[in-house]
Design a protein around this ligand. Structure first.
Ligand SMILES: [Zn+2]
Length: 158
């Protein structure tokens, strides 16, 4: 039944390998990833370009986690009857930034991951995981080395 899932993963892995080799997003890579992730790719690239990916590495263990900051979309899927009026009610200024924990590369603390990836199996990667992977492949991230106690605390805080 998972016949669609495996090739997708393989395609993503091979594209990410190319990105890592070239340290660049080629037109072909963007095409392939865009096909698989649609708007998720734009968002992931946006996250990477805004330097919103932070890699936290344990001093002695070498274990790594990623903290990914992303703007919360204000258009939460609510009941269809609820629509904002034409004059946007402070939605622009209320753009919130949230931070998610990404464990490389099979877990994210965001809602989409819990809901779409785990519960429904509709996707296999949320935009934060994609962003973390792209950032790592491109070398575009901030790396912080902390002692392992602190790393454990960060993990527990999510
Ligand atoms: Zn996520």
């Amino acid at each position: 039944m998972a016949s669609l899932d495996l090739p997708m993963r393989e395609i993503v892995e091979s594209v990410l390998k190319e990105v890592e080799r070239d340290k660049d997003l080629s037109y072909e890579s963007v095409e392939s990833l865009g096909f698989l992730f649609d708007k998720g790719l734009d968002k992931a690239v946006d996250i990477v370009q805004n330097s919103c990916v932070k890699r936290v590495v344990g001093e002695t263990s070498g274990r790594e986690i990623f903290q990914v900051k992303a703007r919360l979309s204000t258009s939460r899927r609510q009941s269809k009857t609820w629509q904002p009026r034409q004059h946007k009610p402070s939605s622009d200024s209320a753009t919130k930034v949230d931070e998610y924990l990404v464990l490389p590369f099979h877990y994210c603390s965001c809602h989409a991951f819990q809901f779409e990836v785990i519960n429904r199996g509709e996707a296999f990667m949320c935009k934060h995981i994609l962003a973390a992977r792209l950032a790592r492949a491109l070398g575009k991230m901030v790396t912080i080395v902390v002692n392992d106690d602190l790393l454990a605390q960060v993990l527990l805080s999510y």
